[in-house]
Design a protein around this ligand. Structure first.
Ligand code: NAD
Length: 230
């Protein structure tokens, strides 16, 4: 079975109703990144950070995977598919993808604020102030904030290096180090980029740009991959 590595970003979940990051109307326009998604924000105002992520988690209970998530999951019938996502939602898993690596953490989990190894599933949508880990420290969202290390980066790079086919979908390739992963894929591996907006990608060989929303472009690409490569 050929190995497909899918690198996904906020755009893949846009049609499910979760706002993206940088676009007009995107999530972050309403908030200052520094106020909610940095270690400094956590030090300064834990309640605000918890409220921000609790709201994201609550929304996650109300949305569903879209045709793009489903098309990616269905590729597993023909390929060895590994999803590397910058998304913190769980829509890839809920669509049926079995190998999902979350570069930037997971909304549905909490973690100790003193021991990063202590990670817990969240029941429902809320982490409350006063919810503690077994070492007695406040639980925080299991999210990689701006300015923090990306512990899964090496594993993601290894996957990209061994891809027979690489798909990049719904990411502006603006957030580093995740954006650098496209450059790890083998020189001769076919690469596909699905995004409705023009993106500038430099120094990537064998690249086909599918200028479509993920919900249209991914099902189309799935058919093409099965016809040409399965
Ligand atoms: P980004 O917002 O920087 O870029 C989104 C990309 O998606 C853009 O290139 C845009 O043109 C494209 N896009 C918009 N609608 C689309 C659609 N329907 N189909 C396909 N593409 C579409 O997002 P990023 O590159 O993923 O970086 C964002 C950061 O914010 C990540 O670190 C991520 O963790 C976080 N984030 C996550 C979520 C989520 O979990 N769903 C949502 C917002 C932000």
């Amino acid at each position: 079975m050929r190995k497909i590595v899918v690198l996904s970003g906020a755009g893949v979940s846009a049609e499910s109703g979760i706002k993206t990051f940088r676009e007009t109307g995107g999530l972050w326009e309403e908030y200052n990144i520094e106020d909610v998604a940095t270690p400094q924000a956590w030090q300064k105002n834990m309640e605000l950070v918890q409220r921000f992520y609790n709201a994201r988690r609550k929304q996650l209970l109300e949305v569903e995977p879209n045709p793009a998530h489903l098309a990616i999951a269905a590729l597993e019938e023909h390929f060895d598919v590994h999803v590397v996502t910058q998304n913190i939602d769980n829509l890839h898993e809920r669509a049926g993808s079995s190998k999902v690596l979350h570069l930037h953490g997971e909304l549905t989990k909490s973690r100790s604020s003193v021991d990063p190894e202590l990670i817990y599933d969240i029941n429902g949508w809320e982490i409350k102030m006063g919810d503690l880990c077994e070492k007695g420290s406040q639980l925080r969202p299991h999210i990689v904030w701006f300015g923090e290390m990306v512990p899964e980066l090496e594993n993601a790079a290894r996957l990209a290096q061994t891809a027979d086919i690489l798909i990049v979908v719904g990411t502006s390739l603006n957030v580093y180090p995740a954006a650098s992963l496209i450059h790890y894929a083998p020189y001769d591996a076919p690469k596909f980029l699905v995004d409705p907006n023009e993106l500038f990608v430099d120094g990537v060989t064998n690249l086909t740009f599918i200028k479509e929303k993920a919900g249209v472009g991914m099902p189309e690409l799935r058919e093409k991959l099965i016809a040409d490569w399965a």
